[in-house]
Write a protein that binds this ligand. Sequence first.
Ligand code: MN
Length: 192
Amino acid sequence: METLAQHLAETLKTLRAQRKWSLTQAAEQSGVSKAMLGQIERGESSPTVATLWKIATGFAVPFSLFITPPSQSPAVTHFREGERPPFRQQNAQMRVTPLADFDPLLGFDLLAIEFSAGAFSESSPHAPGVTEHVVVISGALEVQVAQRWYSLRSGEVLRFNADVPHAYRNNSSEPVLIHDLIHYPRADETAC
Ligand code: MN
């Protein structure tokens, strides 16, 4: 079976070939160094969630593309637990699992994200028009959007335009589980 590192490597190589970008151009578009991109393409590096998100934003593709291939859903799809591998950050502060495969017609990622106690994660701005719904399933999470912090408890939802710097912080002593619904506008819906 293909490992996550191999899947990352193949996906990145394919995306870069489709766009005919050199490593230098890919580095400029994503803000991730040429050396790191090269390591990922050779399957030698397990990037952080933040790095992977920069790459996804630079290439204007959904985050989940690096974990599972996109598919067009039939009328009903039952996604089972454990079918899609979690993406773990090296320091294990954050674990991201797609709950469903990305469907380009629907245009959103539905992710389960677990933050360990004390976790802090900064996200660079996503492409214009990208929105997030942070749904706290259990525990309490603080989310920063454009300099302002919001405290969320389980059952609460924060919806925000995610094309600005934002961050997630678990200041509690318990792990936090959230679902993050990230909506990407279709290419024909954005002027730029
Ligand atoms: Mn984000």
